[in-house]
Design a protein around this ligand. Structure first.
Ligand SMILES: [Zn+2]
Length: 275
C-alpha cells in the first residue's frame, strides 16, 4: 500500500481544534496486553507528579544518535539529533525521545508514579516541564495506565492516540486523534491496526528508529509478530506488519522485549514473509 516514507501530511497546530476529541470516559476498563499486567488502567486520575524514589529501572537506549553520554551532553548543539531512553517497567517499556529541546514520550507504562519515565527523562538531562508530546500506541492498560499521571506531571504536553482507540482513554485533558500519515515531533505515524483497532506505530526517518508498541514483540533478540492472545484481530495485526515491511528501520523498540539494534531491517523483512 503506502509507505514512501516521506511525511505526506503534517499535523499543523491549526488542525488541532477540529481534530481533537473530548475524552470523558472515566474508569473505563482496558484490556491487558500481558498475563503479567495487573494494571486497571486509569488509576492515575488526579495523582500528583510521579516521584522518582521507587525502584525505577530506566534503561539506556542505543539509538543512532544516543549511543553514549557524550552525545547526550551535546543535545543543544544539534537540534535535529534524536536521542532516546527506554523506561523499563519490567514486562513493558515506554520511551522518552528528545530532539534538541523538544521532547516526546511514547507510551506511559502501567502507571506514572513508579519513576521509570522520570528517570529516563533525567538520563537525558530533562524533566517533566520539558515534555511537549505524549503519544500512546494503543489503549491497553500497560501502555496507557500512566497516561493520566504523565499528562498531569507534564502540564504543557499534548497527548495523542490513534483515532480508533481514543474513546477508550481516560485523560485529564483532550487527546488529539491521529491516523496513518500524520506527523508528530518529526515522527511519521503509521497505522498498525489489529492488536487494537486504533494501534499506531511511529517511525523517525532521520535515524530509522521504529517504535512498534505491541504491533510486534521481541524474544531472545528476535523480532516476532503480535501476540494473538492479546490482539483484537490477529489477522489484521499481521497484515499491518506486512504493510510496514519495507520501512527502512535501523532500530526497532517494542512494548514487550528488548530493542533490536542489529539487522533490524532484515528481521522485519523476514518476519513479514513468515506471517
Ligand atoms: Zn497491547
Amino acid at each position: 500500500m503506502r509507505r514512501d516514507h516521506r511525511l505526506s501530511r503534517r499535523l499543523f497546530l491549526s488542525e488541532l481544534g477540529r481534530r481533537t476529541l473530548a475524552v470523558t470516559i472515566l474508569g473505563a476498563t482496558v484490556a491487558a496486553c500481558s498475563d503479567d499486567d495487573s494494571s486497571t488502567g486509569p488509576e492515575g486520575a488526579g495523582s500528583s507528579a510521579p516521584a522518582g524514589d521507587d525502584a525505577a529501572t530506566a534503561t539506556t537506549g542505543s539509538g543512532a544518535s544516543a549511543a553514549d553520554d557524550t552525545a547526550n551532553d551535546d543535545q543543544a548543539s544539534d537540534a535535529a539529533a534524536l536521542r532516546w531512553e527506554r523506561a523499563d517497567f519490567g514486562f513493558v517499556s515506554a520511551y522518552v525521545l528528545a530532539r534538541g529541546n523538544e521532547v516526546a514520550i511514547v507510551d506511559t507504562g502501567t502507571d506514572g508514579n513508579g519513576g521509570q519515565i522520570e528517570q529516563a527523562l533525567a538520563a537525558l538531562s530533562l524533566g517533566w516541564a520539558d515534555v511537549d508530546h505524549v503519544i500512546v500506541t494503543h489503549a491497553h492498560g500497560d501502555h496507557i495506565g500512566g497516561l493520566d499521571a504523565v499528562l498531569t506531571a507534564a502540564p504543557e504536553s499534548t497527548g495523542y492516540a490513534g483515532s480508533g482507540d481514543i474513546d477508550k482513554l481516560s485523560a485529564p485533558r483532550e487527546i488529539v486523534a491521529v491516523d496513518d500519515g500524520d506527523e508528530i515531533f518529526g515522527l511519521e505515524i503509521l497505522g498498525t491496526p489489529g492488536h487494537t483497532p486504533g494501534h499506531i506505530s511511529a517511525f523517525d526517518p532521520g535515524t530509522g528508529l521504529f517504535l512498534a508498541g505491541d504491533a510486534m514483540i521481541t524474544e531472545n533478540g528476535q523480532l516476532a509478530g503480535p501476540v494473538a492472545q492479546f490482539s483484537d484481530d490477529i489477522d489484521l495485526a499481521e497484515e499491518s506488519v506486512k504493510a510496514i515491511a519495507d520501512t527502512p528501520v535501523s532500530t526497532i523498540v517494542v512494548g514487550h522485549g528488548e530493542p533490536i539494534t542489529d539487522g533490524a531491517a532484515d528481521q522485519l523483512a523476514r518476519l513479514a514473509t513468515e506471517l
